[in-house]
Design a binder for this molecule. Structure first.
Ligand SMILES: NC(=O)c1ccc[n+]([C@@H]2O[C@H](COP(=O)([O-])OP(=O)(O)OC[C@H]3O[C@@H](n4cnc5c(N)ncnc54)[C@H](OP(=O)(O)O)[C@@H]3O)[C@@H](O)[C@H]2O)c1
Length: 343
């Protein structure tokens, strides 16, 4: 398949807009594009390759006309549109968490588990934007030694919540600087000049849904139900890019230089690691980049089989839109798009 027709559902959102930018940058071979959002946005125009395209509602008739539906709206929208899309012979690539843990839905980072695409049934999910950089680091290292346990603390940007949260952080920042008392709507507390150890609702076990996603999705993507992940997910007042402090325990010692050279050879990863010259990954550097930046690679002094590192990734690009486009590219290369290939 050399070119495709696509619908972008949630085109006006934080991920949707970045999707359009990346599709242009990569020359993703789109022969026809339909842009969809909620009723609020119908009639608005978005620019794609120099053309203003009107936003419309997603309908079954529209799904009939495209090869891919890229869904980056809400979980409820995904639950409605993704099965409908598959029913209409259109592959749904879904950014939400709605289908990630469904057995028949591959959860894919192409650099890690592209072969899982071969068994799709019309819906493919992308992982949570914090899981993606984590598995990109874990997978190549797992070939060197078995990974027993991972402790990860995330520092997640506000665009991980969507465009409204970014606006709220900007407004609150101005209000705080003007000496006013800002109101919080997107989060339970003010995010400007603050840090919230709380992303998504808490569960009985004391972890949040976001933290449990990092465990469950990692196990599914790595096909390893034994690897344990203990996450603390934290929202920070950063516009774009999620950072992660990762501690990995292997079944035997690994030298930090070996880690550096394994990860340095991985597509999609860039080593940024010269701490004595103040060189390490930072959100302002990762934002707008397609690569996962890895640095601060060192032996974990608390564990003879441990490695500690610091990873930063643009949550809107590799954490969402870029991963979705790479999945589509891989499916086109493997001839997995026509309905006859998956029905
Ligand atoms: N942000 C990230 O870093 C990230 C990373 C990975 C996955 N995701 C997932 O990607 C999805 C979108 O996230 P986002 O950050 O782009 O959110 P966002 O900025 O809030 O955008 C939401 C989009 O969904 C559209 N929408 C809302 N209700 C709709 C409906 N009933 N029908 C059709 N479209 C509707 C909105 O359209 P209107 O403009 O008309 O309201 C908007 O285009 C979420 O499922 C999120 O979990 C996000």
């Amino acid at each position: 398949m050399d070119s495709c027709k696509v619908a972008v559902i949630g085109a006006t959102g934080a991920v949707g807009r970045v999707f359009l930018q990346i599709a242009e940058e990569r020359n993703f071979p789109i022969e026809q594009i339909r842009l969809c959002a909620s009723e609020r946005s119908v009639g608005k125009k978005l620019n794609f390759r120099g053309q203003d395209i009107e936003v419309e509602l997603c309908t079954p008739a529209l799904l009939d006309e495209v090869d891919f539906s890229f869904i980056s709206a809400t979980g409820d929208v995904s639950r409605e549109i993704a099965p409908l899309s598959a029913k209409h012979g259109t592959v749904a690539i879904d950014d939400s968490s709605a289908f990630r843990m469904t057995d028949t839905v591959p959860l894919v980072v192409p650099e890690v588990n592209a072969d899982d695409l071969n068994n799709h049934k019309g819906i493919v999910a992308i992982p949570n934007c914090s899981t993606t950089p984590l598995v990109m680091v874990l997978k190549p290292l797992s070939r060197q030694a078995k990974i027993k346990r991972v402790v990860v603390d995330t520092f997640q940007s506000v665009t991980g919540t969507g465009s409204a949260a970014l606006e709220e952080m900007k407004t609150q920042s101005s209000e705080v600087l003007e000496g006013k008392n800002p109101k919080a709507k997107e989060y339970p507390h003010q995010i400007a000049f603050n840090v919230l150890p709380h992303i998504e609702p808490f569960q009985e076990n004391g972890y949040t849904n976001e933290e449990m996603k990092m465990l469950n999705e990692t196990q599914k993507i790595l096909h390893d139900s034994e690897v344990m992940v203990s996450a603390t997910c934290v929202r920070v007042p950063v516009a774009v890019s999620h950072s992660e402090a990762i501690h990995i325990e292997f079944d035997k010692p690994i030298d930090p230089n070996t880690v550096r050279s394994i990860l340095g050879e991985q597509p999609g990863i860039r080593i940024v690691d010269d701490p004595f010259s103040n060189v390490y990954p930072m959100p302002i550097e990762a934002a707008g980049s397609d690569e996962v930046l890895v640095g601060r690679i060192r032996r974990d002094i608390s564990n003879p089989n441990g490695i500690a590192l610091w990873v930063v990734c643009d949550n809107l690009r590799k954490g969402a839109a870029l991963n979705a486009i790479q999945i589509a590219e891989e499916m086109m290369r493997r001839d997995l798009v026509a309905q006859s290939s998956w029905r």
